[in-house]
Design a protein. Structure first.
Lengths: 506, 263
């Protein structure tokens, strides 16, 4: 947890929240708060809690309740619920459920999408910032999720990415699904399968933690700390924009879902509940991690899973998006060929993308996963069912992964940055200024450096350079006398004179 | 403060289309006498001089001499937004770095304002002396355009020779050669179609067709083109702009490299 100084810094934010809160239409969620003031999610939650404690009477609170359901003990559920219905919502959970402030607002919006919208807009803004600009989404410093394959430097630059091999080993442990809605068959199936994949030891260790509502917070904090320590930057802005696109894609389906979710009672039973839960999970630091890991696991586990990733992107109509987001990579390694390098880069990309998750991002992934993986998952293991909720604990598996990462970090990161477009300007032998667009850097995977030469000839290409013109001025006068009689038909012997030789400057 | 109101807005549009291919950036100079422009192409082979006299504008106010650097392509883009019948008003404040084009529809039921950023352009202003030319050819601008276009499909350069018989345009290229002779032709009832040759001395000069073709973009401004040739001078291709002024293109001739040997 943060030290006293940090706490004080947090408390200093309270007046600002007060000011924000004066806008009756504003929804202040911890996510928004976290990004806006660059504090960690957990700090933001505590801040909100503080605020609620002080001004609890005149504001409406949305709580996020997470825990194991009574009626369906195998499902770990995260729910958003308004203050008055909090107790009611808690009834559905087992004893130890965690209750956190999700957002505060002057009044509960009728359209629940409003709860989520400011965050989305904010995320979009952050991702739309110039690539070189630092923001908390770029380096994902507050996500509470640690991707051990991504190394972060203190200045937020992306140092390394993961090599494919470590990923594979990590995969089984990584796969997990945090939020489960009882009704969503596909989701649950997936969850069940995933735990199965993870090593039994981890699963066992993790479970107890989960049951404790408090555990979530701790875990989250731990994650946050880890992230800070790594100070990582998830990835070059490319990934950011890609994530952004995903966010948009998933945005459409979302609004209807969210509206339902507001009604707490109905939430659990509907598909909306899943969305809601996912969002919540995503909100939870642990939730983020799960989403990411899950995906990574799927992409990296083995060839089969890798292929699934490709499909995923295709099915999700992400082809365009991918190319937009990271134009260089896709071009260099076409996804089509299943060569090692292509796969690796793909995997890297995926991981990177995951890091930068926007709330919706996770959803998008999971949706894609749902459709693609459910069948696979189901076939894999029926036993794992019991574990389904547990995935949160996978963090424990991270440390080993980290080692791998650190060694390998260099190459994956470089996959995209290796080649850069560089403008080079030189003066050629004819005195023209030539500007070339050059791909600089080591050629990766046998890429040749292509040169696009755009020559901006200061003097027209075919035209004589100035010295020549000067020389010609003398001539021009001499020939002029005879010019009338002659018929200079031959092009070959002619030179273009310059207008400057006829008129003087004023 | 500058305010120029031009009823024939299409004229300005045509001017821009005529010169924007040759010159990308240029300074428009506004003075009490008129609205003018002089600019060379990037290779300093051709020069364009435009004059729109103050009397040609319905309203002309220019408090002090003003030079406005404009990107002609951008200006053309804006002017393309004006209807052909629109009245165009050019406005600029002293010290402002923008110029405003206002387009009024003939019925006055639509008014559009386009503001364009100005730019600083270092331009060399050349003094162009009034010269006597050895030969002056006046001919239909459409005819001249056609000739240049046709010849440019055969060769890169055109030799313009003026003799007593008429004016001869000739070229040669890989596929062959071409000669087009236009004789003097003064049709009384259609002065626009006349071809008039005033010749002191026979003259023959070689020019790059590329530039000639670009000059003929101004054919929309005038039915007639005047080509003035002198062996010591650049050719002048002039399109008169009715009651307003002119647009003149100057092109340096091509010079035979072995010429000094011959005399």
């Amino acid at each position: 947890m943060a030290g006293a100084a940090a706490d004080q810094a947090l408390l200093d934010l309270v007046p600002q929240i007060h000011a924000l809160f004066s806008d009756p239409l504003r929804v202040i969620s911890y996510k928004w708060l976290s990004r806006n003031f660059s504090v960690s999610s957990n700090d933001a939650k505590r801040l909100l809690q503080e605020f609620v404690n002080k001004n609890g009477t005149d504001l409406q609170i949305i709580y996020s309740v997470s825990g194991w359901l009574k009626n369906n003990p195998q499902n770990y559920c995260v729910k958003l619920t308004s203050g008055p219905k909090l107790e009611e919502a808690r009834q559905e959970f087992k004893d130890s459920c965690s209750v956190q402030v999700y957002s505060i607002q002057a009044c509960i919006p009728k359209d629940t999408a409003v709860l989520w919208n400011p965050e989305f807009v904010q995320a979009e803004e952050l991702f739309n910032q110039p690539f070189d600009e630092e923001n908390c989404l770029r380096d994902n410093r507050f996500c509470g999720v640690l991707n051990s394959f991504v190394k972060r430097t203190s200045n937020g630059k992306h140092v390394s990415s993961l090599p494919p091999k470590p990923i594979n080993s990590a995969v089984p442990a990584a796969q997990s699904k945090p939020s489960v809605t009882p009704k969503e068959q596909s989701v649950t199936a997936r969850q069940q399968d995933l735990p199965g994949l993870s090593s039994p030891k981890q699963g066992a260790g993790n479970k107890p933690e989960k049951d404790n509502s408090t555990v979530l917070d701790k875990a989250g904090n731990a994650h946050a700390n880890k992230n800070k320590a790594q100070n990582g930057k998830a990835l070059p802005s490319n990934g950011g924009s890609l994530a952004n696109m995903w966010g948009r894609a998933s945005a459409k389906p979302k609004p209807p879902a969210t509206t339902n979710s507001t009604a707490i009672a109905s939430v659990a039973a509907t598909a909306d509940a899943q969305i809601c839960a996912k969002e919540e999970a995503d909100a939870d630091s642990s939730g983020d991690e799960q989403g990411i890991k899950y995906k990574r696991g799927s992409s990296n586990a083995n060839n089969r899973s890798r292929r699934a990733v490709f499909d995923f992107s295709d099915d999700e109509e992400d082809d365009n998006i991918v190319s937009i987001a990271s134009p260089e990579l896709p071009k260099q390694h076409a996804p089509g060929p299943v060569t090692e390098t292509a796969e690796d880069t793909e995997a890297n990309q995926k991981n990177l993308e995951n890091k930068e998750d926007i709330p919706s991002n996770v959803k998008g992934c999971s949706r894609g996963l749902d459709s693609e993986f459910t069948s696979e998952c189901k076939t894999k293991s029926a036993n794992t069912m019991s574990h389904s909720g547990i995935t949160l604990k996978e963090k424990s598996s991270d440390p080993p992964i980290n080692d791998n990462k650190q060694n390998s970090t260099a190459d994956p990161a470089s996959a995209s940055p290796k080649r850069r477009k560089v403008l080079k300007t030189r003066i050629d032998e004819r005195g023209r200024e030539v500007t070339e667009v050059v791909w600089e850097g080591e050629a990766s995977a046998g890429d040749k450096t292509e040169k696009n030469v755009t020559s901006t000839a200061v003097s027209g290409a075919a035209l004589p350079s100035k010295p020549q013109q000067a020389a010609s001025t003398d001539k021009s006068k001499a020939p002029s006398k005879t010019a009338g009689n002659k018929k200079p038909d031959t092009k070959a012997g002619t030179k273009q004179g310059s207008i400057m030789s006829f008129f003087k400057k004023v | 403060m500058l305010e120029l109101r031009l009823v024939q807005g299409s004229l300005l549009k045509k001017v821009l289309e005529a010169i924007r291919e040759l010159v990308t950036d240029a300074n428009f100079d506004c003075s009490g006498t008129g609205f003018s422009l002089q600019a060379m192409d990037s290779s300093h082979v051709a020069l364009v001089a435009l004059l729109l006299r103050a009397e040609g504008f319905e309203h002309y106010r220019c408090d002090r001499n003003l030079s406005m650097g404009m990107n002609l392509n951008n200006m053309a883009k804006m002017l393309r937004c004006a209807g052909n019948d629109d009245i165009i008003t050019i406005k600029a404040d002293d010290g402002s770095d923008t110029v405003t084009f206002m387009f009024e529809s003939p019925k006055q039921d639509k008014i559009a304002d386009f503001e364009m950023k100005l730019m600083d352009i270092d331009s060399e202003h050349l003094g162009i002396p009034d010269s006597e030319y050895q030969a002056i050819v006046r001919m239909p601008s459409s005819e001249f355009m056609r000739i240049c276009k046709d010849l440019s499909s055969i060769g890169d350069t055109v030799v313009i020779s003026v003799t007593k018989e008429g004016v001869k345009f000739s070229t040669s290229g890989e596929i062959g050669s071409a000669n087009i002779v236009c004789r003097q032709n003064q049709t009384v009832d259609k002065p626009d179609e006349a071809t008039i040759i005033e010749m002191q001395d026979p003259v023959s000069l070689t020019f790059a067709l590329r530039y000639m073709n670009s000059f003929t973009k101004a054919s929309t401004l005038s039915e007639q083109v005047t080509i003035s040739l002198s062996s010591e001078l650049p050719v002048v291709v002039e399109y008169k702009i009715a009651e307003m002024g002119y647009i003149r293109f100057y092109l340096a001739p091509k010079i035979e490299e072995d010429e000094e040997m011959k005399p």
